[in-house]
Design a binder for this molecule. Structure first.
Ligand SMILES: NC(=O)c1ccc[n+]([C@@H]2O[C@H](COP(=O)([O-])OP(=O)(O)OC[C@H]3O[C@@H](n4cnc5c(N)ncnc54)[C@H](OP(=O)(O)O)[C@@H]3O)[C@@H](O)[C@H]2O)c1
Length: 337
């Protein structure tokens, strides 16, 4: 069903996991466009969610609802009365118990609640982890929205984050089909760029570990990157575009870790960036090929990864922490790879 975006003012949408890195930017854009936002958080009184109320329009048009992904009634209450849902909340961990069941139940519960509330469209934040984890893919093949990860490979390599994201996305598509819900899915690669929230999430640690000196070398690995502001805008674009359907790969560029630390060293010469690759024997790994044409066709213009890397550090609330002796605390935090 086409989404009526003639006037977002007066329209109410739900964003799950509203206080998270990506979701905070989605909430910001939606409020700026005039929507009323019901944002789910696990604890509305937690100071880590304070930034949401400070967003422009937050005091007037943001309602925080307490909801865990395993709590159907709480999700239903948050989604009730909404025109659309942005389902972004997910565990981000490699612990199978914390990851798989909450991710799958969350996806099913959100779609079921959306069906009951007769929402016009649900947008789900899946991941590149549900797309490219396939050891049998031809290295020259172009990764696009038709690709799916190999579940057995994720399981055998104990990559429970990718496994969980993949089964959650599959469950979302199945439930949406069964319940007749209009679903659009986004598959972002590793997300960088300025955080709005005061805490450090897993993907920001990817940069932080180099700036703090906690990574003494860089891995012989490649990774694709995308800016958090582009990811958030893509959510709103696919929600509002009547023609949007299926999956959308969100990636700006794929680079070797060596390139990333070189860019960071030029941008931030005052920090102890690694200069050596951990693997000095094998040839440098090559980035995979991908296409981002589908989302570009909806009007998204990507921020360069260099700009994202710069803004990740320059425009963030934890920059001060780096300079004020909290490196030890930051370095002691454990994140999934
Ligand atoms: N960042 C990336 O590089 C990246 C790339 C691809 C896809 N994604 C996907 O994008 C989404 C947002 O990720 P992010 O990077 O913004 O991470 P984030 O900042 O850690 O946000 C995750 C959010 O999910 C919520 N959450 C986790 N478990 C929950 C549960 N059991 N019940 C209710 N809420 C729960 C968290 O709430 P609390 O604050 O209460 O913990 C948090 O608000 C996720 O679906 C992630 O898989 C992220």
């Amino acid at each position: 069903m086409p989404v009526d975006v003639a006037s977002p003012a007066g329209k109410t949408v739900c964003v799950t996991g509203a206080g998270g890195y990506i979701a905070s930017w989605i909430v910001k854009i939606l409020l700026e466009r005039g929507y009323t936002v019901k944002g789910t958080v696990r604890n509305p009184d937690d100071p880590k969610n304070t930034h949401l109320r400070e967003l422009e329009g937050g005091k007037e048009r943001l309602i925080l609802c307490k909801a865990d992904l395993q709590d159907y009634e709480a999700l239903k209450a948050a989604i009730d009365g909404c025109d659309g849902v942005f389902h972004t909340a997910s565990p981000v961990t490699d612990d199978p118990e914390q990851m798989v069941e909450p991710a799958v139940n969350g996806a099913k519960f959100v779609i079921n609640a959306a069906a009951e509330a007769k929402v016009k469209r649900v947008v789900i934040t899946s991941s590149i982890g549900a797309v490219y984890m396939d050891p049998n893919r031809d290295p020259e093949a172009v990764v696009d929205e038709s690709c799916w990860s190999d579940l057995d490979f994720c399981k055998n390599t104990k990559n429970w984050y990718c496994y969980g994201k993949m089964v959650a996305e599959q469950a979302a598509w199945e439930t949406a089909k069964e319940k007749g819900v209009d679903l659009v899915v986004l598959n972002p690669v590793l997300v960088l760029g300025p955080p709005l929230q005061p805490t450090i999430n897993a993907s920001l640690y990817h940069v932080l570990k180099y700036l703090t000196g906690s990574a003494k070398t860089y891995a012989n690995l490649t990774q694709a990157y995308v800016d958090v502001r582009d990811v958030a805008l893509a959510h709103v674009l696919v929600y509002e575009a009547p023609s949007a359907s299926g999956r959308y790969l969100l990636a700006e560029s794929a680079r070797h870790r060596g390139e990333v630390v070189e860019i960071l060293a030029k941008l931030f010469p005052e920090y102890p960036l690694p200069t050596k690759c951990k693997d000095e024997k094998n040839p440098r790994a090559k980035p995979y090929k991908f296409t981002n044409q589908k989302i570009k066709d909806l009007g998204l213009e990507f921020t360069s990864t260099k700009q994202s890397l710069y803004d990740t550090h320059r425009k963030n609330p934890w920059k001060m922490a780096l300079r004020s002796g909290l490196e030890k605390l930051i370095n002691s935090l454990k994140y999934p790879p």
